[in-house]
Ligand binder design. Structure first.
Ligand SMILES: Nc1nc2c(ncn2[C@@H]2O[C@H](COP(=O)(O)OP(=O)(O)OP(=O)(O)O)[C@@H](O)[C@H]2O)c(=O)[nH]1
Length: 877
């Protein structure tokens, strides 16, 4: 009994092995696969079942159809391709397919289709539809990817603009992309066809932003980019070809790109990037021209460009058109700048340099500005109480403040300017308590400068006294209205009427006598009519319409300043305009700092001081002077600069102003300063000379003025002598001595006069003549050079030859010489001979060596100084 294997039966039947195996199984045969064998009866039964069962064939056909559809993508592509290729290629493909058909089920199916002809034709429209669907789907996905890319780009830019939202937005983007990607992934799984690689948001961004940028990624990036490019509808390269060629190109791009090609591509991209036009610098936004060009002479095109909101190149071009050849950095003169402004059709105004160190000017400017200000408000009047000693000023203030100031005052006399504020019917009055003693008259004068009203206290039992008159004069010169308070009316025998009559002589006429001066009879002690006085002060203030602008930067005046051991410089200030705040950077006179602690007249710490408010402040670098101006600056740095600059200027000025006594100005100084003594510092070579000169000088007496030797000694004039003379307004007489180099320069700097003599009577005569105003110097020895002796040679018949070096100036053969040893002139004589090497010379200048002998003197030693001098005429000063 012959047995046949299933595959042989399937072959005979022309049915697939699988169908036959399944059928055999259905019939209950013990078969496992196509290699299982069947006997004759089984074989007949099986064959019979196939002949009887038509649906089996149909099933097989439909199964074949579906399998064909399943494999459709590659075969469709191939069909498409074949269709497009030329006939030879088609023939080749067919031959290749025929060769493979026995070993491949799929190919076999295809071959069958082709042989049959009909199935192929049936499959074509379906495949085309499927391809169409695929393409549509692909396009939709590409569009959605592009949208994602755009969204990512947008969110990326937004995150740049709002960095705080960056994390969140980035997360959101990521979430969205992930969500969409996962959605897409599920869709992708269903799609039959080439896999569209999902580009990362970063890659999408990169591709969208820089389509020409270099492509570095080898594997996945390239298809993703190509997809993206195709989606954008541009950037189609040679390799990309037609859409139908995509799969093939991808294949080449992925698998067949050699490293060399990849490198070349990168190189090309880089070159493209390098050759691409560089990003243009951002252009300045065009802003309108200013109405006025406020310029400073010497500005260049760049400076003016900034002011006019124009590019410097435009300015240069404009100037060129105007006939001015310049570059951007070249300084321009006033005329050129004005010409340029005129060409632009705007006005030009030169900026006046403002010296910020001039705080008096700034003070006046702010004072003037406050008078024009719209923020003006009524301010309390500042009142100064003046009067003769013991007429009751402090008692009056004491009464006003309801305190007992006078009890605490040293010796019962007001020692400093105090300032207090008193209330009356919700009104404030600021009082400055000026000292009543004559020694403080200058303080009173300063008090009057910041005062609005003067209350002149005159004791009814004492009447008008010298300081009463002085107070009237001060008030008048300051153009401050006077209110007369006739005090002590409680004292028995007080005669206010008599006092009024006395004051009328000084043009203080009471209203009842037709004048305009307010008179109030008071008793500071009992308080009688004191409130009337306050009412009168407020009335006067109302008439004067005293106003201030509390909103502007503060200005004020120092009432008094002192150094406190614990707090440093403490300053009483009256704020005049604006509001002074805690921490304000200030310049006060020549001092600077910032308001550290501010206290009011009652010792309470305050944060601000309004106009007419007296406050005590700390925080200055040094103690200022009374009546110094206070000015608030915007910043501490400027305040410091101004303060330091002012301190430097003040020092310079003080140096210039110090007029030291000299022999030349002695007579005038004596007259001007009413001198009783002429102070002299005396230095000589030996004690004998010192004593002789001192005695002679002290005997001089001209018109009651005597000579006072404040210091005398032996040796060179040193720095200490100069300092003493400077501080005592003295001059120095040196007899056969010289000043040291430092003493000399210090004397020149401080303006201290040093007179050098070698003859006693000449010194005495000069001082005497100077005191009589008859000093008329005609000739004097003018030093022309200084030499140092470096070597000496003793030559018989010639004497000692000094080898000297000219340190400064020059020496001539006719020069007189002073030989100085240890700062003392040991010999005075003349040059006998002067040589350079072996030659006689007329003159030897600084920096050269020379050989010289001194007439009649041989005791020259190494290290001696030689002073060469000439007689020169000195014109009287
Ligand atoms: N009976 C009487 N005595 C007064 C009155 N006012 C002041 N006195 C007294 O006069 C003396 C001087 O008063 P002060 O207030 O110290 O005078 P002053 O003008 O401030 O004096 P100086 O501070 O030195 O300038 C004190 O003993 C007061 O008690 C007054 O109205 N009546």
């Amino acid at each position: 009994m012959a047995k046949k294997r299933i595959y042989e039966i399937a072959k005979e039947l022309g049915i697939s092995n699988k169908v036959v195996v399944d059928k055999a199984k259905d019939l209950g045969f013990d078969v496992k696969n196509h290699m299982s064998s069947l006997d004759d009866s089984q074989m007949n039964q099986l064959k019979g079942s196939f002949h009887n069962s038509a649906p089996a064939k149909k099933q097989e056909k439909s199964s074949k159809k579906s399998s064909k559809i399943k494999i459709s993508v590659s075969s469709i592509r191939k069909n498409e391709k074949n269709h497009e290729n030329n006939n030879n290629q088609r023939r080749n493909n067919r031959r290749r397919n025929n060769n493979n058909r026995r070993s491949n089920d799929r190919n076999r199916g295809q071959n069958e289709n082709r042989r049959g002809g009909q199935p192929r034709r049936a499959a074509k429209p379906a495949a085309r539809n499927l391809l169409k669907q695929l393409k549509q789907k692909q396009r939709v996905e590409e569009n959605s990817l592009n949208e994602q890319a755009q969204e990512t780009k947008k969110q990326y830019h937004q995150s740049l603009k709002h960095p705080e939202k960056k994390t969140e937005s980035t997360k959101d983007v990521k979430k969205t992309v992930d969500k969409k990607a996962s959605k897409k992934d599920t869709t992708d799984n269903k799609v039959i066809g080439p896999k569209i690689l999902k580009p990362s948001p970063a890659r999408l961004k990169k591709n969208n932003e820089a389509p020409h940028a270099a492509v570095g990624s080898k594997s996945k990036a390239a298809p993703a980019k190509e997809n993206n490019r195709r989606g954008n509808g541009h950037g189609r390269s040679r390799n990309m070809g037609k859409p139908g060629r995509k799969g093939r190109n991808q294949f080449f791009n992925r698998g067949n790109h050699s490293d060399r090609r990849e490198r070349r591509k990168r190189k090309n991209t880089r070159r493209q990037f390098e050759q691409a036009p560089k990003k243009q610098p951002t252009k300045r936004k065009s802003r309108p021209l200013p109405k006025v060009l406020v310029f400073k002479e010497g500005m260049n095109a760049q400076d003016i460009g900034k002011l006019l909101h124009r590019e410097p190149a435009e300015i240069v071009k404009k100037l060129f058109m105007l006939g001015v050849m310049t570059n951007q950095n070249q300084s321009l003169d006033k005329d050129t700048i004005e010409l340029l402004a005129a060409d632009y059709g705007i006005d030009a105004k030169e900026k006046v340099h403002e010296d910020i160190s001039d705080i008096d000017k700034l003070y006046n400017k702010r004072m003037a500005a406050s008078k024009k200000s719209k923020n003006q408000v009524k301010r309390p009047p500042v009142v100064t109480i003046m009067g003769h000693v013991d007429h009751g000023k402090t008692t009056l203030l004491d009464r006003l403040r309801h305190t007992h100031v006078s009890v605490h005052e040293a010796g019962g006399i007001t020692q400093k300017i105090g300032a207090y504020q008193v209330h009356l019917d919700k009104h404030l009055i600021t009082f400055l308590d000026t000292p009543g003693h004559a020694a403080f008259s200058n303080m009173r004068e300063r008090g009057a400068e910041i005062t609005d009203i003067v209350v002149l206290v005159v004791a009814a039992d004492d009447g008008v006294m010298p300081q009463t008159v002085e107070a009237i004069d001060h008030a008048r010169s300051a153009k401050v209205p006077i209110i007369v308070a006739i005090n002590k009316i409680d004292v028995p025998g007080a005669n206010p009427k008599h006092v009024t009559e006395q004051l009328m002589k000084y043009n203080l006429i009471p209203e009842k006598y037709g004048g305009d001066t307010i008179f109030v009879n008071i008793s500071a002690k009992t308080g009688e009519n004191v409130e009337d006085l306050l009412q009168m002060i407020l009335l006067q203030a109302d008439v004067m319409e005293l106003k201030a602008d509390p909103k502007q930067a503060a200005i004020g005046t120092v009432i008094e300043a002192r150094l406190s051991r614990g707090r440093g410089p403490v300053t009483d200030v009256l704020v005049q305009q604006g509001t002074l705040h805690d921490g304000d950077p200030i310049v006060v006179g020549d001092r600077f700092g910032k308001v550290r602690v501010m206290t009011n007249d009652r010792g309470h710490q305050v944060e601000k001081a309004t106009p007419s408010m007296p406050v005590e402040i700390t925080g200055l670098n040094d103690v200022p002077e009374s009546a110094d101006k206070l000015v608030v600056f915007n910043d501490e740095k400027t305040a410091r600069n101004v303060g330091e600059q002012r301190a430097q200027q003040a020092l310079q000025k003080s140096r210039e102003n110090v007029q030291h006594v000299t022999l030349d100005n002695l007579f005038d100084t004596m007259k001007k300063e009413n001198m009783k003594e002429v102070d002299i510092v005396l230095k000589a070579d030996v004690q004998g000379s010192v004593e002789a000169l001192q005695q002679s000088l002290e005997k001089i007496e001209v018109k009651g003025v005597r000579v006072n030797i404040i210091h005398s000694g032996v040796g060179a004039i040193n720095e200490s002598d100069v300092t003493l003379a400077g501080a005592s307004n003295a001059f120095i007489i040196g007899f056969d001595v010289r000043p040291t180099a430092t003493a000399k320069s210090q004397a020149e700097e401080d303006g201290v006069d040093i007179r050098l003599y070698s003859i006693i009577y000449k010194a005495i005569d000069d001082v005497k003549a100077a005191m009589q105003g008859m000093l008329e110097p005609t000739y004097e020895n003018k030093v022309t050079g200084n030499l140092t002796v470096r070597e000496t040679w003793k030559v018989s018949k010639v004497g000692t030859i000094a080898g000297a070096f000219v340190d400064s100036g020059y020496i001539t053969r006719d020069s007189g010489v002073n030989l100085i040893r240890d700062g003392v002139v040991v010999y005075k004589g003349k040059v006998a001979s002067l040589k350079r090497f072996k030659d006689d010379v007329k003159k030897v200048k600084q920096g050269l060596d020379c050989g010289l002998t001194i007439d009649g003197y041989n005791d020259i030693k190494i290290g001696d100084q030689i002073e060469a001098f000439e007689k020169q005429e000195v014109k009287p000063k």
